[in-house]
Each structure stands twice: as structure tokens, then as C-alpha cells.
Design a protein around this ligand. Structure first.
Ligand SMILES: NC(=O)c1ccc[n+]([C@@H]2O[C@H](COP(=O)([O-])OP(=O)(O)OC[C@H]3O[C@@H](n4cnc5c(N)ncnc54)[C@H](O)[C@@H]3O)[C@@H](O)[C@H]2O)c1
Length: 347
């Protein structure tokens, strides 16, 4: 399989490294309109072909990874798919719901694989979270909350939710096995010339009677990547920065004792139980993602994060834009008849 990476900046260069390490890849093509980006990545991978544009590279590739800034994803992915190439498109897959839907439709028509670059869906720690929820190890769920904070990197074409919360939306969708039906978002623009750099998102999953919140910021002193899930029996913390203990399960909670005549309000009692750190066999998510994508290109199977998963994240973000403009008004997510089949398969 010959794979082109369109956009070889910070993230695309990692795709080039991972693809170059896989035996299933016979050739990697570095595609970037900046000569310095091509030269810098090409220095580490001298055997890779170099092209200035996707159009120039189409004859040299069977599949592409689109790792350019978000506002160019739709156009580039549509060009690749229309030319019969499989496409893995970085998050967010597009910047509007209609464009994301069009990509899904184009891929179906062309009979090619469309995958979304939802890296965390390929993170074994996220699989462990999903397993804890699916096995009822936490009891019935009360809420999920995610924090994704750090200082920078400001992006000129999208706000902080499209950049950072895209990850938390994909994680939540996979862990709960559902897409939110309503979202509310509020935030602040603290930096002239940029969209919201600090924002909050609330996702409502009516069918599960649960809400999930995200706080995303480019303007925070400390790098935080955490998801907390609170259940009736236990609580789980996923901290992607804590590489020795990404998942912790706390046997902690509270119980409201049955009210009695002597104590009509009832009593809260607390369980301050222990802490366990499940073993996770960690492998690089980008490598697992590339392996899954290539397997699907070969077999026609659906990737773990397929085009519909990409569409779901875009639709949530699109609704969050409307809510931001309306000061946090809850907005329905435009996803009629979306078929989401989240299948967590270790590849
Ligand atoms: N999945 C993840 O964890 C993750 C992490 C970081 C970034 N990303 C995503 O990766 C994408 C790229 O982010 P980045 O930080 O690498 O950006 P970047 O600015 O560092 O790199 C983008 C590159 O694309 C090139 N480019 C732009 N338009 C092009 C075009 N039409 N044809 C060819 N080359 C073009 C630019 O010259 C640049 O070298 C974004 O969509 C971002 O959201 C994903």
C-alpha cells in the first residue's frame, strides 16, 4: 500500500514516522506545499517521495492521511476520495456537518475507506475506561467530566472546542457507546484575533439519563488531560499525562441511608475505600490507528473510528458553535439516522 501524508507539520510528521515503520506500507509520500516542511521531514525519511500538492501525488498513492489545518480537510479529503483513494482525515474531519456528511456519502459512492483521526479511540487506556463502564464495574453512571488544558498552541482556523474537545467528544462517544442528542457550550475569547480560547461543553445523552462536561483551554498554566467518570459504586480517573497509572479506579462514593422516624432527612455516609491501578498494555495509539486503517483498506472492514464517528464529532461541535453564539442555549445535535457502531477491537 502506498500512503501519502498531506500536511507534514507537527502532527503529519508523526504519521510519516508511523507509516514508514509498517511493513504493509510499500511507499510513503510526503505532501506539503511548504518546501521547508518537506525538507525537514524528508531529512528523516530520505526514501519517501516528496510532492507539493495532493493533486500532484494522486498517481503515487493508494491512500492518504489528511493532516493539514481543519479548514482544508473537506476539500482535500473530497479530492482524494473522488479519485478513488482511501482517506484517514485528522480531527475534526470537517468544519461543518454538511461537509462531514458529504465526505461519508462520497466514500460510500467511491467504495473507499473513510477513517477519522480520533487518536484516543485507539488508546488502550480509553478501551479500559469503556470496559469499566460496559461491565458495570462503576455501577450506574452519574456523570463524566473531562479537562483538556494547557498553554497554547493557538489555532487560527477553529476555536478551542474544535481543536481540543474533539478528543473528549470521541472518547465520551466510545465509552458510552452513544452520541449526545443535545449540547450546550459557553466560553470566552481572551486573545484578539482568535476564536474562543477557553470553553465549556455540556453534552446530554437523554437515552442514558446522563450528562458529560468538558472544559477546554489554550490558556492554562498546566497541561491537563483528564477524564473522570463517577458511578454509584466506584469512580474512575483517566489521566493521560500520568504514564505509569493512566487509569485509576477509586472504590469511593457516598450513600444516602434510608430515612427513619428519628432521622427523617436520612444520613449521608461515605465509602473511602481503596484505589486500584489496572494494568494497561500501552501501545502507541497512532500506530494502532494506522494499522487499523491499513487493515480496513485491505479488507473493506470499518475502522474503529470511521466516517460516521467523524461526522458525529463534527455535528456535536457544529451544535456547540450555535450554542456559543446563543450564550449556552441547549442545541439539538443534527444527526438523524446516524449509524454508530463503535467496535473496540485490539488490532
Ligand atoms: N489526533 C491528534 O491527536 C492530533 C494532534 C495534533 C494535531 N492534530 C490535527 O492535525 C492537523 C494538523 O495539525 P498540525 O498541528 O500538524 O498543523 P501544522 O500547522 O503544524 O501542519 C500543517 C501542515 O499542512 C501543510 N498544508 C496546509 N495546507 C496544505 C495543502 N493544501 N496541501 C499540502 N500541505 C498543506 C502546511 O504547510 C503545514 O506544514 C489538524 O487537523 C489538527 O487538528 C491531531
Amino acid at each position: 500500500m502506498r500512503v501519502g501524508v498531506v500536511g507534514c507539520g507537527y502532527w503529519g510528521s508523526k504519521h510519516v514516522r508511523v507509516l514508514s515503520s509498517l511493513p504493509a506500507v510499500s511507499a510513503v509520500v510526503i505532501i506539503d506545499d511548504r518546501a521547508d516542511a518537506r525538507a525537514s521531514v524528508g531529512a528523516d525519511f530520505p526514501e519517501a517521495l516528496q510532492r507539493r500538492s495532493l493533486t500532484e501525488a494522486l498517481d503515487d498513492v493508494d491512500a492518504v492521511v489528511v493532516a493539514t489545518p481543519p479548514d482544508s480537510h473537506f476539500e482535500l479529503a473530497a479530492e482524494a476520495i473522488t479519485a478513488g483513494k482511501h482517506a484517514l482525515v485528522e480531527k475534526p474531519m470537517a468544519t461543518t456537518t454538511p461537509d462531514a456528511k458529504r465526505l461519508v456519502g462520497l466514500a460510500e459512492e467511491a467504495g473507499v475507506v473513510l477513517a477519522a483521526g480520533h487518536t484516543f479511540v485507539y488508546n488502550p487506556a480509553v478501551w479500559k475506561l469503556a470496559e469499566l463502564v460496559a461491565s458495570d464495574a462503576l455501577g450506574s453512571l452519574h456523570y463524566l467530566h473531562a479537562d483538556r488544558l494547557n498553554l497554547g498552541l493557538y489555532r487560527p482556523d477553529v476555536n478551542v472546542l474544535w481543536d481540543l474537545a474533539a478528543h473528549d467528544i470521541s472518547i465520551t462517544t466510545v465509552v458510552l457507546g452513544a452520541v449526545p442528542d443535545t449540547v450546550a457550550a459557553w466560553g470566552a475569547r481572551n486573545t484578539t484575533g482568535f476564536a474562543e480560547d477557553v470553553a465549556n461543553l455540556r453534552m446530554t445523552f437523554t437515552s442514558l439519563s446522563i450528562e458529560s462536561t468538558v472544559r477546554a483551554s489554550w490558556l492554562d498554566p498546566v497541561k491537563v488531560r483528564r477524564t473522570t467518570i463517577v458511578g454509584s459504586d466506584a469512580m474512575a480517573l483517566y489521566d493521560d499525562v500520568d504514564v505509569d497509572a493512566r487509569i485509576k479506579v477509586f472504590d469511593r462514593g457516598r450513600r444516602l441511608d434510608v430515612p427513619t422516624a428519628a432521622d427523617p432527612a436520612g444520613q449521608i455516609s461515605y465509602n473511602e475505600g481503596g484505589l486500584s491501578v489496572p494494568r494497561i498494555q500501552f501501545r502507541e495509539p497512532l500506530l494502532l490507528q494506522a494499522t487499523d486503517f491499513l487493515r480496513c483498506c485491505r479488507t473493506g472492514a470499518k475502522p474503529m473510528a470511521d466516517g460516521n464517528a467523524g461526522l458525529a464529532v463534527v455535528a456535536v461541535l457544529d451544535a456547540s458553535d450555535t450554542s456559543l453564539r446563543e450564550n449556552g442555549l441547549p442545541i439539538p445535535v443534527d444527526l438523524p439516522n446516524l449509524l454508530l457502531e463503535p467496535s473496540l477491537v485490539i488490532v
